[in-house]
Write a protein that binds this ligand. Structure first.
Ligand code: SAM
Ligand code: SF4
Length: 482
């Protein structure tokens, strides 16, 4: 089960492949399974995510009751948590060691559904060592573990490329997440990623493009390319790999060659490095969606400097101007952290000003959470919880204020939207626009509850009839299979 971001969801799809390959299947019925494997793909970006992991594993361990059961944790794990997890989980491993998971499980001595014989009967070794011993002996946890030393870049590359070669078991036929890069070299002072995922490694473009082409041929409608810092794509290969704009151009060409009807998104670009060339490539190919997720983090130059973001607000403003000029209909999403160390009320107000200036369509707002090992964890976390709450609420309200008029302007227009499933509201469908604005859809003239279901997975034209601050509601006019 993934905790956190889209990268974790993508990791989970490869974990599913490995476990299915061993004969395990997903089940909600915990009453009489032969063996249970429970896993977590952790997210260390905020402490809240890690606190949830501790809650979950304590529950799992309390219910183990002597049955064959293995728990594992992988994903983004900080060294400080890794040592604690080793005492709580049976297996703790970095995600690039996933290809070894079958060996780890076998070494652990649990029967696989393929054999369904007790451990040791087939001559294999059943381990009687305490859980944490097995974990320590068999599973090196090296990324970001200073006492073991980081693997060299080439070794890290080899491991992650082996991981990427595992075919994902996609969670959806309509929407797919395709990793293009792992790790990050930017070392923002608040961020766990360089310590949990290691240094930047780019996935070979030939593999990415093969996966994209296959998805398009299977009728996938929405493809999101994932990396922490996508503009740096290819740079670690020192001239022997495509640049990010060239990679996007190739995806655009796949659209032209196949006549495929799909949207391609990517996240996240870094404001320092996003280029006019990239925006121009996006403008040139219809399958490259008009959507930019441009993390702001703070609207104050001094805070940006303390965060080691390596760009000024002037630079950010320039990028937004380029986006508005080259992709005038693009929607703009962002990430913001409130209450970073030492953030004064005045500095927070600069972030509020930025929200008004850039008129985001969506912002993922986070309260600053010190991450052990990241540089800022050594500084005093001096904005009180109440004040972080206040800034969080204030920015949330402001987001609604700036986004609402944009959504109101969409009322009366006809938008092409992708229908992704049934809406929470009975009898409606959920969809989103090319700019990832959520849409609730009714089907004009559809009598029954779910004649509408034939539309799921299709692009349709919808007349927008009303707007809420962060979403719109529409009526299907045409399109789809229904
Ligand atoms: N690479 C992206 C970038 O450059 O902005 C961000 C990736 S980060 C994994 C996802 C988001 O989590 C960040 O944009 C930030 O808003 C949030 N985040 C990261 N570290 C955080 C922390 N220590 N406290 C609160 N939020 C944090
Ligand atoms: Fe973290 Fe900064 Fe890298 Fe984004 S760019 S993943 S915030 S270190």
């Amino acid at each position: 089960m993934p905790f956190g971001c889209q990268m974790n969801r993508s990791d989970t799809e490869r974990i599913r492949t490995v476990l299915n390959g061993m004969g395990y299947s997903e089940s909600d019925d915990e009453k009489h399974p032969d063996v249970i494997i429970r896993g977590i793909v952790a997210c260390s970006v905020r402490q809240k995510g890690i606190d949830r992991v501790y809650g979950r594993i304590r529950n799992w361990n309390a219910g183990k009751a002597g049955r064959p059961e293995i728990t594992f944790i992988t994903g983004c794990i900080l060294p400080a948590d890794r040592d604690k997890f080793l005492k709580l989980f049976d297996l703790v491993f970095p995600i690039d060691q996933l290809p070894r998971l079958p060996d780890m499980i076998r070494q652990y001595g649990v029967p696989t559904p393929g054999s369904l014989r007790p451990a040791g009967e087939d001559g294999g070794e059943a381990s009687s060592a305490p859980v944490s011993e097995v974990s320590r002996k068999t599973i090196p946890f090296e990324i970001g573990a200073p006492e073991q030393g980081e693997p060299g870049r080439e070794e890290a590359r080899e491991r992650i490329e082996n991981f990427w070669r595992l075919p994902p078991s996609y969670s959806s036929e309509i929407e797919a997440y395709v990793p293009i890069q792992n790790g990050c070299d930017k070392f923002c002072t608040y961020c766990a990623v360089p310590y949990t995922r290691g240094r930047e490694v780019s996935r070979p473009s030939a593999d990415i493009l093969r996966e994209v082409r296959r998805l398009v041929e299977k009728g996938c409608r929405s493809i999101t390319l994932l990396g922490q810092n996508v503009n740096s794509y290819g740079l670690d290969k020192k001239g022997s790999e495509l640049s990010f704009p060239d990679l996007m151009r190739k995806v655009g060409e796949i659209g032209e060659e196949t006549g495929g009807d799909f949207w391609t998104f990517f996240t996240s670009p870094h404001p320092r490095d996003i280029s006019v060339e990239l925006l121009e490539v996006m403008a040139s190919y219809p399958v490259l969606a008009d959507w930019v997720h441009l993390p702001l983090q703070s609207g104050d130059d001094e805070i940006l400097r303390k965060m080691n973001r390596n760009h000024s607000m002037d630079r950010y403003r320039q990028v937004v101007q380029d986006i508005r000029r080259i992709l005038p209909s693009a929607s703009l999403f962002t990430d913001i952290i409130v209450g970073f160390n030492g953030e004064t009320v005045g500095q927070f107000e600069h972030t509020a000003d930025a929200m008004r200036e850039f008129r985001y369509d969506m912002a993922f707002i986070a309260k600053y959470s010190p991450r052990p090992g990241a540089k800022s964890a050594g500084w005093e976390d001096d904005v009180s919880r109440e004040e972080k709450d206040r800034r969080f609420r204030r920015l949330g309200e402001l987001l609604q204020e700036v986004a609402a008029p944009e959504n109101q302007r969409r009322v009366g227009t006809v938008q092409r939207v992708l229908v992704t499933g049934k809406d929470r509201k009975e009898g409606y469908l959920s969809a989103y626009t090319e700019g990832r604005i959520p849409v609730r859809l009714s089907v004009a003239g559809a009598a029954g509850a779910f004649e509408a279901a034939g539309y799921i997975g299709s692009f349709v034209d919808a007349e927008i009839i009303s707007a809420r601050p962060l979403s719109i509601e529409g009526r299907i006019l045409s399109g789809g299979r229904g």
